[in-house]
Structure formats: structure tokens, C-alpha cells
Design a protein around this ligand. Structure first.
Ligand code: CP
Length: 313
């Protein structure tokens, strides 16, 4: 009897992971991140990745495609509805039935909540959700978790602040579910209209984590990690709501001078940023948001291997 390396074929949301899964993913990501890449360069040379991005992306698409290339695999891609037959009225279900003839694994981003589950139901090959509307972005959360581990050496015991759009921020939804596996404290900072949805508050309560909800940016000052997010114009139904909320917070160097942990506070952002994170923070050694792109490639290499049941040497 063979034992599967990884208990999942698809990565659809962060709720699916156990603590053991997370330890395996962190271990694979860390070994890849520290490795001499030449030993990995043929591991997926018999595999093709279909990269389907029906919503804008820079980091997620390029890092998955880079990850596949670094493992020796090949990539086929379609970007935007206008360059796929969905533009002619083809359903996502039919599209996914076609893709399994062309590729061995698929990464999909789509603007509709729940679309990754529909796509996975249609497809017999492993499928990875690269962001489905306002719902989830599980691989971003895994790279966020790995960033905290890599930069802080440990996740347990940290006080972690989330700032910005907690309502529509899918990266926040996903990361909070992962952090529920660790004994951390959470500080949730947002305008009242963009507070964390009840389903994620329920996850936090059920995990018995200490947390506060606040509208005051000063509550980041005694934290170990701050995860800043953009107020996302594309998620609002009414433009007037976006205009009212878009400038709610700006984290800059003057503000951080107030922190006793100026040089220790790990500053993260999934990017892209607009005005919520000042460029005058970029040269702080603890500003991790550009390093996260490097961590993201290692994590996505780990996920491609694990979903395809290919072991590290
Ligand atoms: N963090 C993130 O998902 O970035 P992209 O939208 O550029 O992929």
C-alpha cells in the first residue's frame, strides 16, 4: 500500500488544512528556499501547468509560473476573459473539462466567490485556487505564514495585527484561518464598515485565540507583526463607499517612530499597495513585503510538488 505524500489533491481554501499539513508545507517550503536550486530543476520535467487568470494578477501568476519553470515543468496560460472562449459564452465547467486534456495541474484565479470549487468539481487534475473573488486566497496565506516563520523563526506566541479591508480582503480571511492553528494573539484594525466577517470571527473564537477589534492604527504599536492591506476599489458596489473609506489608514515612518518595536515589527503586505503603506518604510530591514515575492516562489514550488505527489530529493 502506498501512502500519499500530501493528503490533498486540490488547494481550494485554508479551512482544508490540518496543523500537520501546515508543518509539511512549511518544511517543504523551507527546504526549497534554502536549497541549491540545481537539485530541483528536473523534478517536474514531465508535467504541464495550466495557468488560468481570469482576474488581474502580477505576483501570483508570475510566481506560480516561475515555480513551475524552476522545477523543470512547462506552462500553458490564458489571461483575462477576453482571450478565452468564456468570452464567447463557454461555461467555466466546460472550460475546465477541456483543460484536463492539456495539463497535469491547474492554477486558477477568478472574480467569482466559490468558482474554484466549481472548477475543481469539473476537473480530474489537481487544482489550486489563486484567488476567488472576496472569498479566499489560500496560497497567499501559505506564503504569508512561511514569511512569518522565516522572518521570526517561530509563529507561536506572536501578536499579529491586520489593518485595512478585513471585510473583502481574501488574503486576510485565508491567513486568519491558518493562524487559528497557532497560539497567537490577533489585533483586527479596520473601519467599522470593513470589519472581519462573522464566519472568520467564529473561527477565531472556536480556536480560543485572544483578539481585539479596533479602528485605531495605534493598536499595532505593541505588535510583533503588522499585515497591511489595500482598500480594494474593485470590491465595492457603490463608488461613494470606496471614496469614503479609501484613505482610512496610512502606515508611514513618522507613525512607526511611536513604536518601541520600530526595528522589530515585521511589516507585511500582500501587495499591490496604493496609499496605505508609505514608500518611506521600504528601506527598513523589517519591511518584508518585497522579500515575500521570493518566499512566494519557494512556497508555490512546494505546493506544486505536494499536489502532484512528487517528493523532494
Ligand atoms: N498578492 C497578490 O495576490 O498579488 P497579485 O494580485 O499581483 O497576484
Amino acid at each position: 500500500m502506498t501512502t500519499n505524500l500530501f493528503s490533498h489533491c486540490d488547494i481550494l481554501d485554508t479551512e482544508q488544512f490540518s496543523r500537520d499539513d501546515l508543518e509539511l508545507i512549511l518544511d517543504y517550503s523551507h527546504r526549497i528556499h534554502k536549497s541549491d536550486r540545481s537539485s530541483l530543476s528536473k523534478l517536474l520535467d514531465k508535467y504541464i501547468l495550466a495557468s488560468l487568470f481570469f482576474e488581474a494578477s502580477t505576483r501570483t501568476r508570475l510566481s506560480f509560473e516561475t515555480a513551475m519553470h524552476r522545477l523543470g515543468g512547462k506552462v500553458i496560460t490564458t489571461v483575462g476573459f477576453q482571450f478565452s472562449s468564456i468570452n464567447k459564452g463557454e461555461s467555466l465547467y466546460d472550460t475546465m473539462k477541456m483543460i484536463e486534456a492539456y495539463a497535469d495541474i491547474v492554477v486558477i484565479r477568478h472574480p467569482t466567490e466559490g468558482s474554484s470549487h466549481l472548477a475543481a468539481d469539473a476537473s480530474s487534475i489537481p487544482l489550486i485556487n489563486a484567488g476567488d473573488g472576496v472569498a479566499q486566497h489560500p496560497t497567499q496565506a501559505l506564503l504569508d505564514l512561511y514569511t512569518i516563520f522565516a522572518e521570526k523563526s517561530n509563529i507561536e506566541g506572536l501578536r499579529i495585527a491586520f489593518v485595512g479591508d478585513l471585510k473583502y480582503g481574501r488574503t486576510i480571511h485565508s491567513l486568519i484561518q491558518l493562524l487559528c492553528h497557532y497560539k497567537v494573539e490577533l489585533v483586527l484594525i479596520s473601519p467599522a464598515d470593513l470589519s472581519l466577517p462573522e464566519q472568520y470571527l467564529k473561527n477565531i473564537r472556536e480556536s480560543e485565540l485572544n483578539f481585539i477589534e479596533s479602528e485605531d492604527l495605534k493598536d499595532i504599536l505593541d505588535c510583533d507583526v503588522v499585515y497591511v492591506t489595500r482598500i480594494q476599489e474593485e470590491r465595492f458596489t457603490h463608488r461613494s463607499d470606496y471614496e469614503r473609506l479609501k484613505d482610512s489608514y496610512t502606515l508611514n515612518r513618522d507613525f512607526l517612530q511611536l513604536s518601541p518595536k520600530l526595528n522589530e515589527l515585521l511589516i507585511m503586505h500582500p501587495l499591490p499597495r496604493v496609499k496605505e503603506l508609505s514608500t518611506d518604510l521600504d528601506d527598513l530591514p523589517n519591511a518584508a513585503y518585497f522579500r515575500m515575492a521570493h518566499y512566494g516562489v519557494s512556497v508555490r514550488m512546494a505546493l506544486l510538488l505536494l499536489c502532484l505527489q512528487v517528493s523532494l530529493p
